[in-house]
Ligand binder design. Sequence first.
Ligand code: SF4
Length: 336
Amino acid sequence: MEKELQYIFGPVNSSRIGRSLGVDVIPKKICSLDCIYCEVGTTRNLSTQIKPYFKAEGILAEFSSVYHEIKNSIDVITITGSGEPTLNSCLKEILIGIRDIVKDEKNIAILTNTTTLDNKDIYKTLLDFDIVVPSLDAVTKTAFEKINKPAKEININNIINHLIAFSNEYTGKLYLEVLLAKNVNDQKEDIDTLISVIKKINYTRLDIGTITRPPSYSFAKPLTDQELDDIKSYIASNGVSFIKDNTVDDNSNNTVISYHKQSSISNNDNDTDLIIRKLMPLLKMRPTTIDDIIKTLKIDKDVVQEVLTPFIQSGEVTSKEFNGILYYQHKIIKQV
Ligand code: SF4
């Protein structure tokens, strides 16, 4: 059997950034936050330490081999991780290496939780991305600690100040993400303070969403569609635009994708080894439905079930229901 991909996943369809090939630059699960809604599982190493967790060399070698196979079917490269990607001190080297491989053919995006923007090197490296997707779920200390459970040295005001400064200097596309959890960061005072900060951020697009997949903490609950719509209307009525750039499509219904990992490589045959090689990274990244697998791997439902069954029987893959939908995930995703 061919080796499972370690760093590269996708392409994933994103209504905001197009068909995206993902690059995972951080091991599961090292993060400066332990967000209660995280799809990657609970944070095992809650840390702000910046280190060469994965070396650029291995990532670039794997990227190069996959990219040349599928470059005609993707629009964008997305740097992300099973944790916070900016904690990898090789980020700049990885960005330069990927640019060198893709030339000017593709945009390069990064997802970040913004907690490292006070690091001058990371700040400068992020300026060089074509698309930056920062998340900011709460702006008061109390709500921030409830929803994002940060490492103790992280100060929310520091994050806000650096994000505002960055947004005013950055010349690429900045897609600001806010994720709301019921009775955690969705109260009127949370939204009012959030609005006051959002107004100072120079974003291209604002996406407000809620929990859509099994969260790392079972007490984390989504808002209903109506509650989410009401909050979006309230935000808009307070003078906040969701789109500030006419070149950006508004076809995502303002739903936060909130993926830090989504995985698949298009597959047009039913070779079992090949499917497993692509399926396992997907199930290790986040809870995934059968429909997700069918769409991303382009295989029949019967084939998905045939391939999954032995892994379910052995306990390597488990299932979980959330909001009436059945998800499958690898046992390495830890939820509490
Ligand atoms: S959602 Fe992102 S920032 Fe939050 S804990 Fe998960 S990986 Fe870290």
